[in-house]
Design a protein around this ligand. Structure first.
Ligand SMILES: [Mn+2]
Length: 351
């Protein structure tokens, strides 16, 4: 297992020097944030980013993410050109020594939470999801008001895009994903770059938009449709774990044994029982006892089944007065990394 840390590039207030001082850290997970979605990441820009990282004593072997253009998800006539661009980006990343690319296939919206600064009992704050808040929203009828949403769309653009998705159900979206991967994966095999799809977060349909990477069933179907170890997953415990039907220890064991887990996002979440039985969870500190997920069980299952991929602590809380990017402050993620690192050492040595 190689421990990494997400870094949002030169403008990230959490500098590479700070990241390097976290025990066990070998590299960062990053991206070129200035290139518009759909365009080729040129080799020169990739190499200059890599140089910044390497000069700080860290590796850049994982990219999160190379975003997939909506036209590919929609399966429109423009997709072939955009898939060609994506393939060229993969070739260029390969030349820079990148080994794993994380991406997702969620239409329009990325992750969704109802609160960015939910205050917990100890005074720290974190991301949270309240079903009642999310259910009360309909982006087709009202302006966006959930925190953290993509505001790069105007209301008109968003309306037009949502309208186009009215014809896309789960099956169609899946077909479009398979079309994309059937062109992409042979290039990945040639370049030795592994694709690691990030599960949908949360793992269910929102606002009538289809979501397909939500469960063991969906992942099995994807692996079967494009049967290559280069077609793998980012095991994001907090995303898949939001659905109580997902048995994460079982999924970790199964997909690690298949050699399909290329990247681990370790995050714990804590469910709270509500009077009206609606779903409420907040992101908790990483240790098992602080949340509802069995982080030890998941790591042990990965270890026992030969996982050798990259790991990063996923979202952390804001603690010790830090006012960081929601989920991506320094302190709690660093604590998470050392916890994960310690767990891994203990599991390894208890064999
Ligand atoms: Mn994640």
């Amino acid at each position: 297992m190689k421990m990494t840390f997400r870094w949002y590039g030169p403008k990230d207030p959490i500098t590479l020097d700070k990241i390097r001082q976290i025990p066990g850290m070998t590299g960062v997970v990053t991206a070129l944030y200035t290139i518009p979605v759909g365009e080729v990441w040129d080799l020169e820009s990739i190499l200059s980013l890599k140089k910044l990282v390497n000069d700080a004593g860290l590796e850049m072997e994982v990219i999160e993410s190379v975003p997939v253009h909506e036209e590919i998800k929609l399966g429109s006539a423009e997709r072939d050109r955009l898939i060609d661009n994506y393939c060229q980006t993969i070739r260029n990343l390969s030349k820079a020594g990148v080994k794993v690319v994380c991406y997702n296939f969620m239409p329009v919206f990325d992750w969704v939470r109802s609160e960015l600064k939910f205050v917990t009992a100890d005074g720290s704050n974190c991301l949270a999801y309240d079903q009642r808040t999310v259910d009360s929203l309909n982006p087709k009828k009202q302006a966006l008001s959930l925190p953290g949403w993509d505001e790069s769309y105007t209301k008109q653009e968003l309306d037009a895009l949502l309208k186009r998705y009215e014809d896309i159900d789960e099956e169609k979206l899946f077909d479009n994903m398979v079309y994309f991967l059937k062109k992409l994966i042979p290039v990945c095999e040639e370049c030795d770059v592994k694709m690691a799809v990030h599960p949908d977060d949360p793992p269910w349909s929102l606002f009538g938009l289809p979501r397909i990477i939500t469960s063991e069933e969906g992942i099995d179907k994807l692996f079967k449709a494009v049967d290559s170890k280069y077609n793998g997953i980012t095991l994001c415990t907090g995303s898949l774990g939001a659905s109580r039907g997902n048995d994460l220890v079982k999924m970790a064991a199964k997909y690690a044994a298949m050699g399909r887990v290329h990247f681990l996002h370790a995050r714990n979440i804590k469910f709270t029982e509500t009077e009206d039985n609606r779903l409420f969870f907040n992101e908790s500190p990483h240790p098992t006892e602080c949340g509802s997920l069995d982080i030890y069980g998941i790591l042990k299952a990965l270890h026992d089944n030969g996982f050798e991929g990259y790991t990063r602590p996923d979202h952390g809380r804001n603690i010790w007065g830090e006012d960081g990017k929601p989920g991506y402050g320094l302190y709690d993620r660093a604590l998470g990394a050392t916890y994960l690192f310690g767990l891994w050492e203990a599991i390894s040595k208890s064999k």
